[in-house]
Design a protein around this ligand. Structure first.
Ligand code: SF4
Ligand code: SF4
Length: 103
């Protein structure tokens, strides 16, 4: 499992580079890049932080198999987790930010 940066979506805001607990992400030529995907332990902090949905997380085989991906859409009131499955379908989990501690 690892994260992947879609360079065409990245606007180089640097948000992901500031939240990675392993300091794995950095900017090169205005785009985020991961140093070594093998060092990523999948905390998803960078996925949640990205305002452009430019980072997604590969889902493990038991969660969707090769090609499955997870990204987050941040809104003022909710954090929406979007799972894109290999067949093109998607599922969404909406987290109410005001009730986040209750989950
Ligand atoms: S998922 Fe976590 S460990 Fe992996 S690159 Fe993103 S912030 Fe760093
Ligand atoms: S948070 Fe998203 S848009 Fe900002 S640098 Fe990282 S990948 Fe690019």
């Amino acid at each position: 499992m690892s994260v992947f940066v879609e360079r065409e979506k990245c606007v180089g805001c640097g948000g992901c580079t500031e939240v990675c607990p392993g300091n794995l992400l950095f900017l090169r030529e205005g785009k985020a890049q991961i140093r070594d995907v093998r060092d990523c332990w999948g905390c998803t902090a960078c996925v949640k932080e990205c305002p452009k949905n430019a980072i997604f997380y590969y889902l493990a085989a038991d969660l969707g198999g090769a090609g499955g991906r997870l990204y987050a859409e941040d809104t003022p009131s909710t954090l929406n987790w979007v799972m894109k499955w290999p067949d093109g379908s998607e599922e969404r989990i909406l987290v109410d930010k005001k009730k986040a501690n209750e989950y």
